[in-house]
Design a binder for this molecule. Structure first.
Ligand code: SAH
Ligand code: SF4
Length: 343
């Protein structure tokens, strides 16, 4: 078993080099190459031939190979299907905003959480991604487009807080000043609400943005669409959110997929407004993407606008999320499912 060298912290690399009888300062040189995105040890030109060979015998460099690429003809959003060494695939989406490039990456191959509206949830779970496999998604997109990514959202396939240790490692590596040096404030993490992990994350006091996928105003509706709610109900989730705000001083954003006739009535909006009272919150309304086999349809535009007006009465601001790449099924899980169905 060779070591996943791009998932290592600098101090871990230093220890490994010491064990190989090498000098400590080599670690930083190697670390910089890895995070610049080289895919072979031979590209590390300031390292001796002998050390490159030793590294190659003991370690491997994670890569995300492009299996498929779709480019939206509306807005240039790019959706990738990447494969890893063992052939497992995940999706990632690259979006261009006025302030730069944002990449939406996956944290797991599949997901265990089983939300009824979600394409990823429908395909089951294969495995966690390593930190280096999360980094490799960003690097492949940068290389393919000759750009630098400034913002990252963990909103692709998988539940980040169900792969906690690897995700934290990713966050520390990707924000490292000797690595990709992406600001923690430029990273968002989206969760379906694994309550104990929200407390753990809050105590780390990272300056990232937490997005909580709420999608319902009460337990009855939420448990129907999100099985996780049967384990951690809405009140315990919202309590964890309040704690998160207190600990980090950061505003939470709540994701709310509008599903026609399920969670989009004015009374749902009123109930949601009451529940969010006292939390510094912003609500993102997303017209649900219809996924084959779910039977869900997106809410009408005027329904969403009415929902926003009712929320505003409780002092909660909400906006309708701009949908990018709607012609390429840019919401995650759909491309891999298509590929699996075709295979
Ligand atoms: N597992 C995490 C992050 C990945 S999902 C989470 O659930 O938050 C990213 C976002 O896409 C979540 O807010 C999720 O609820 C939402 N989503 C999933 N399927 C969707 C669909 N069919 N339409 C709209 N949003 C969807
Ligand atoms: Fe998993 Fe998030 Fe999809 Fe739910 S919405 S199944 S938590 S990826």
């Amino acid at each position: 078993m060779r070591t996943d060298i791009k998932s290592m912290y600098l101090n871990e690399l230093e220890d490994m080099l010491k064990k190989l009888g090498e000098q400590k300062y080599r670690a930083l040189q190697i670390f910089k190459w890895l995070h610049e995105g080289v895919n072979s040890f031979d590209e590390m030109t300031n390292i001796s031939q002998k050390l490159r060979q030793t590294l190659g015998e003991n370690c491997y460099i994670s890569n995300a190979a492009i299996e498929k690429k779709l480019i939206s003809s509306y807005d240039d959003t790019r959706k990738y299907l990447f494969s890893f060494v063992d052939g497992e695939c995940v999706e990632s989406v690259l979006m261009k905003y006025h302030h730069g490039y944002t990449s939406c990456i996956s944290t797991q191959v599949g997901c265990k959480m089983g939300c009824t509206f979600c394409a990823t949830g429908k395909s089951g779970f294969s495995r966690n991604l390593t930190a280096s496999e999360m980094i490799a998604q960003l690097q492949s997109e940068q290389r393919d487009n000759n750009i630098r990514i400034s913002n990252v959202v963990l909103m692709g396939m998988g539940e980040p807080l169900d792969n906690f240790d690897n995700v934290i490692r990713f966050l520390r590596l990707v924000t490292d000043e000797n690595g990709m040096n992406i600001g923690m404030r430029h990273i968002s993490l989206s969760t379906c609400g694994i309550v104990p992990r929200i407390y753990e994350l809050a105590d780390m006091k990272l300056q990232l943005t937490l997005s909580v996928s709420l999608h319902a105003p009460n337990d009855e509706i939420r448990s129907r669409t999100m099985p996780i709610n049967r384990r951690y109900d809405m009140e315990s989730l919202l309590e964890a959110c309040r704690y998160y705000c207190r600990q980090t001083g950061r505003r939470i954003s709540f994701e709310y997929a509008m599903i026609d006739g399920i969670n989009d009535s004015d009374s749902s909006a009123a109930e949601l407004g009451k529940r969010l009272n006292g939390i510094i919150a912003h609500v993102n309304l997303i017209p649900v993407n219809s996924v084959k086999g779910t039977g869900y349809r997106k809410s009408k535009r005027d329904r969403m606008e009415s929902f926003i007006r009712v929320l505003a009465k409780s002092g909660i601001t909400a906006t309708i999320r701009r949908t990018l790449g709607s012609d390429i099924n840019a919401s995650c899980g759909q491309l891999r499912r298509q590929a699996a169905e075709q295979a």
